[in-house]
Design a protein around this ligand. Structure first.
Ligand code: ZN
Length: 207
């Protein structure tokens, strides 16, 4: 919590909490806002106030979605024309968006909610493990695709999820695969273009 500071420093502190934003960038955002028109600031403030109002978390894949009906599942989870035998596991909503935008995947998703840093002492607190197990138990997946970042943390997370699933589902009939290294090393999924996603999916490997 930020207290008793001038508005510039205060807002800078808030922007610093955003993912991937350092102190300099945070300050640049604040000065950028200062150059904008009052109507722009009004609009942005209004959007911030409203952002959570019509957004729900899907009870099946755990992604954020805009409420469009009474149900508790998103459009993708309730779309029976999608391949019900494939489950793709991604870290965050932005990764889901990148994959979905590529239009090369037609199965279901599961949002882990994060990734697991190397040497982390409590990995089960970083990702939705119980929820994932439950989702797998309730469905009849033939393939589980791990679509995580091609960096050390993403690989560590993939390895952790794989061994966890092998332990929990020793008799499993599903296979586990991982995106092919069409993704260059170190690449974050969210910044990959559709062609890269297509190749990474096409070249996915048994894991
Ligand atoms: Zn869903």
């Amino acid at each position: 919590m930020v207290t008793a500071m001038d508005p510039i420093s205060k807002l800078t502190e808030y922007f610093r909490e955003f993912p991937g934003i350092g102190p300099r960038q945070a300050k640049r955002f604040v000065y950028f806002l200062l150059t904008r028109h009052a109507s722009y600031l009004d609009e942005i403030s209004r959007l911030i106030l409203e952002i959570k109002k019509n957004i729900k978390v899907c009870s099946s894949c755990f992604r954020f979605y805009q409420e469009y009906s009474q149900g508790n599942t998103c459009k993708i989870c309730s779309d029976t024309s999608r391949d019900q035998a494939q489950l793709m596991i991604v870290s965050r909503d932005v990764d889901f968006e990148t994959i979905e935008k590529s239009k090369f995947y037609n199965g279901l998703y599961f949002i882990l909610g994060g990734s697991i840093p190397i040497l982390d002492k409590e990995p089960e607190k970083r990702v939705r493990l119980k929820e994932l197990e439950e989702k797998i138990r309730k469905n009849n997946f033939k393939e589980i695709i791990l679509s995580l970042n091609a960096n050390a943390e993403g690989e560590h997370t993939a390895e952790f999820i794989r061994s966890h699933l092998k332990e929990k589902f020793p008799e499993a009939t599903f296979t586990i695969s991982i995106l092919g290294r069409g993704l260059s090393t170190g690449a974050e999924l969210e910044y990959s273009d559709s062609d890269t996603i297509k190749n990474a999916l096409k070249n996915r490997e048994q894991f």
